[in-house]
Write a new protein. Structure first.
Length: 163
């Protein structure tokens, strides 16, 4: 018998569940040493006013098997909000069963609900299964744009620069 799959909006009460899935994602990406988030930070982020992020939890027979964490962004060229998918993760034993697709469908529905014209996300260049999945649902890499980041000491140095 196929397990019942449900996608629901996460609340602050789901912070522990999300942290478990975030750690599993970080382990998969070989980035576990970079996880600074904790349950309190996740709970606070989900319950802010307005909350800076939102999340969906995928459950099979009531057990968490995946999540998507996202926030709204804004396109100056479109003059509209968009949806930025920060992380999508499905437990390895649940991949290939439609969980990721259902999460992406729920995100697309949410984006459409608030008038977004696009969804954006990043994927690690070595993650061939994810790239294949995103292509299969109609996603495509952006052209000519590179992701850039300012963090850690460089962020602190720029913020402290009085020049």
């Amino acid at each position: 018998m196929k397990p019942a799959l449900a996608i629901r909006t996460a609340t602050a009460a789901d912070a522990g569940t999300l942290m478990g899935l975030i750690r599993a994602l970080a382990e998969y990406e070989k980035l576990l040493d970079q996880v600074e988030a904790d349950e309190d930070r996740i709970a606070a982020a989900l319950s802010g006013s307005p909350p800076p992020v939102a999340a969906l939890v995928a459950e099979a027979d009531g057990r968490p098997v995946g999540f998507a964490l996202y926030f709204r962004n804004f396109s100056t060229f479109l003059g509209r909000q968009g949806l930025y998918l920060e992380d999508l993760f499905v437990l390895p034993e649940w991949r290939g069963r439609g969980v990721g697709r259902r999460l992406m469908q729920a995100l697309a529905t949410e984006a459409r609900r608030f008038g977004a014209r696009r969804m954006d996300w990043s994927v690690l260049d070595w993650n061939a299964p994810a790239i294949s999945f995103y292509r299969a649902i109609g996603g495509e890499p952006t052209r000519a744009w590179q992701g850039w980041r300012l963090e850690g000491d460089a962020l602190e140095a720029l913020a402290a620069d009085d020049d």
